[in-house]
Design a protein around this ligand. Structure first.
Ligand SMILES: Cc1ncc(COP(=O)(O)O)c(C=O)c1O
Length: 421
């Protein structure tokens, strides 16, 4: 989705019954240390609504049999549910059914591309271009590939306001990199990258593009055909789904020509003593018993989001995040990293002058307010920002302005404890 499309999606607020939505998350009824839970760490992992928990339970309690193997009715049932989940994911992102590969998470999806496509297509002297705002999972696989193949890993710099330097991107693209890897929404800065434009420019220079959609999938409608990415990956547990399940979209012609990644059961057509032939795509890339219960529950998560409506989710989150940016701006000594205006993602990173981010998170945690502190698996970006770590509050559809108020009250308490007010 372009920045303009994101702006349109966030421009039409659809009123949501957020209390009703929050009531669908059993964990949000919990207290921590006698305090109600205010969960502001959905960018790390989202909490799960009952529909997802029920789907996971039902897959294991009522339909459990290994998929693609048994001919008895229960096995056919589980296989149909699993492949139905693939169809749900495909429709959700606008892909063909065969273009959806289930992985363990987005990290495995990117490694799959780096090992399989990368080893076959990146050679000595070639360039792989990524950005300074990538998560480690979209950096380290390319470092390993570059080292192994004698290729060069290049970076698009991040500007002072937390955006990609698009002039530098063009200069790098002029050197014809083999692949461009870019995050759709930065988990640290909240920047929404204009991936449609980046993909179009990269394609004009003959590069393939991988988009890391880990933070986008829970917040924006994804249309891989409109983006025209060659690879688009996301992870289930950040999109209200369970852990252990991720998705790699790849264009069918690429999947067809790519060699296998992991090898073993189910990904083969025939195995002889010395040679094997491969299953059709996408199963060629799904070695061993797949996390079929998790895939079914991920489909339930997508259906659940669809029931609310992605535009309504985006509009509601835009309201809460804008409120958070405004209120955080009132806190003395607080600096926000990344864009402060909409459209932006739902993670808001900040530094409180004179207090280490871990202390901020620890003191807030005593009051039941859960935020993340650390480098957010973006160490190169931290160096670019000139900080070792940040605090990050990240919002989801179940959050309201009152959660922001608790965060800001907690920050006042942090300042009081540190003698800053
Ligand atoms: C932008 C981004 N990419 C990749 C990942 C890695 O996700 P996972 O650990 O589920 O593979 C994350 C998780 O924080 C992320 O935010």
């Amino acid at each position: 989705m372009t920045v303009e499309a994101a702006a349109r999606a966030t421009a039409a607020p659809a009123p949501l019954d957020v209390d009703r939505i929050a009531a669908e998350f059993p964990i949000l009824a919990r207290e921590v240390g006698g305090k109600p839970l205010t969960y502001l760490d959905s960018a790390a992992t989202a909490q799960k609504p009952r529909a997802v928990l029920d789907a996971l339970h039902s897959a294991l309690a009522e339909h459990n049999a290994n998929v693609h193997r048994g001919v008895y009715p229960l096995a056919q049932e589980s296989t149909a549910l699993f492949e139905g989940a693939r169809r749900t994911v495909a429709e959700w992102i606008g892909a063909a059914y065969e273009e959806v590969v289930f992985t363990k998470n987005v990290t495995e999806a990117i490694n799959l591309v780096a090992y399989s496509w990368g080893r076959a297509n990146v050679g000595p002297g070639d360039r792989v271009l990524i950005t300074e705002m990538e998560h480690h999972s979209n950096i380290v696989p390319w470092q390993l590939l570059a080292r192994e193949r004698g290729a060069e890993l290049r970076y698009v710099p991040v500007t002072a306001d937390g955006r990609l330097d698009l002039d530098a991107l063009d200069r790098e693209l002029a050197q014809s990199p083999a692949l461009v890897g870019v995050v759709h929404i930065s988990n640290t800065l909240g920047t929404i990258n204009d991936v449609e434009t980046i993909v179009a420019r990269a394609h004009r220079m003959g590069a393939r593009v991988l988009v890391d959609g880990a933070q986008a999938a829970p917040h924006l409608p994804i249309d891989v055909k409109a983006i025209d990415a060659d690879f688009y990956a996301f992870t289930g547990h950040k999109a209200y789904g369970p852990t252990g399940i991720g998705v790699l979209f790849a264009k069918r012609e690429l999947l067809e020509e790519m060699p296998p990644f992991l090898a073993g059961g189910d990904m083969i057509s025939r195995v002889d003593l010395q040679e094997s032939t491969w299953n059709q795509v996408p199963w060629k890339f799904e070695a061993g018993t797949t996390p079929f219960a998790e895939a079914i529950a991920l489909a339930a998560a997508l259906d659940w989001m669809g029931g609310i409506g992605m535009d309504a989710i985006a509009a509601h989150e835009a309201d809460v995040v804008s409120y958070a940016v405004d209120r955080l701006g009132e806190v003395p000594g607080l600096r926000i990293f990344g864009p402060t205006a909409q459209p932006r993602g739902t993670g808001v990173s900040f530094a409180l002058e004179g207090v280490h981010p871990h202390d901020v998170a620890e003191i807030l945690g005593r009051d039941g307010v859960c935020i993340r502190a650390g480098h957010h698996c973006t160490q190169p970006l931290m160096r670019r920002l000139g900080v070792p770590a940040t605090s990050r509050a990240s919002f989801a559809v179940h959050n309201k302005r009152a959660d922001v108020d608790r965060l800001v009250d907690g920050l006042a308490e942090v300042r009081r404890i540190f003698g800053l007010s």
